[in-house]
Ligand binder design. Sequence first.
Ligand code: 6PG
Length: 245
Amino acid sequence: MTSSGAAQRRFVVLPDAKAVAAEAAARLISRIEANLRRPAICLTGGSGPKALYALLGSSGYHARIPWDRVHWFIGDERFVNEKDERNNMAVAKDIFLSRCAPAENIHPIPTNAADPDTAARLYENELQTFYGASRLDAARPLFDVVLMGLGPDGHTASLFPGAKALDETERWVVGVDHAHVEPFIPRVTLTLPALASSREMLFLATGEAKRDILSKVMTGADLPATRAHSNGDTVWLVDTAAQGG
Ligand code: 6PG
């Protein structure tokens, strides 16, 4: 199924953050099981996905993932050293990837590049090599699952409101010189078309602090998180605290 954007979103309201992590893990594993070749998962930063990451590495789930075949990417990165605790891939590695996935299946954004734009071009190259083409084919998604978060200003990945990166149609990855929220460090982000090239985009939004911005997204306000969608399924996993129920 293909979609034309926000109209195709589906919101799933769950009791709490624990239930959101469990539902996300179940969906991710079923997408992995459906791809008998090289499943590609695009992770996200922030605090939202940490419970999910812990679950994926836990004894109950570990055996269900064919770690040697799954490849792990990141949708956006803070332009800090790969070992810095603010580095999104460093967080995912620390919680589960280093322990579970072969190093060659982990694809961090190279933040040791000269600047964010150079890092973006290098990562675009890496994604295109993995994909086997430099143009996205609607019939062949780049990712099986893309995880996304919701920032307080409605940003997602490092696509901030009003940024010109939102209008990018050619590049898969771009450098972002100024972040709108903490940490105020330059970023590198995948663009909307690259993120859309996915079988499923899963947004995770939990906790009362997300309530105001989530209600704007749900009513269709023009925000990056509203514009982001998959060409396959776009599913918002939210808890009752965030949804205001
Ligand atoms: C980042 C992110 C960002 C994040 C949101 C939500 O690098 O900061 O990838 O888009 O997902 O800001 O963050 P929280 O989950 O911490 O609220």
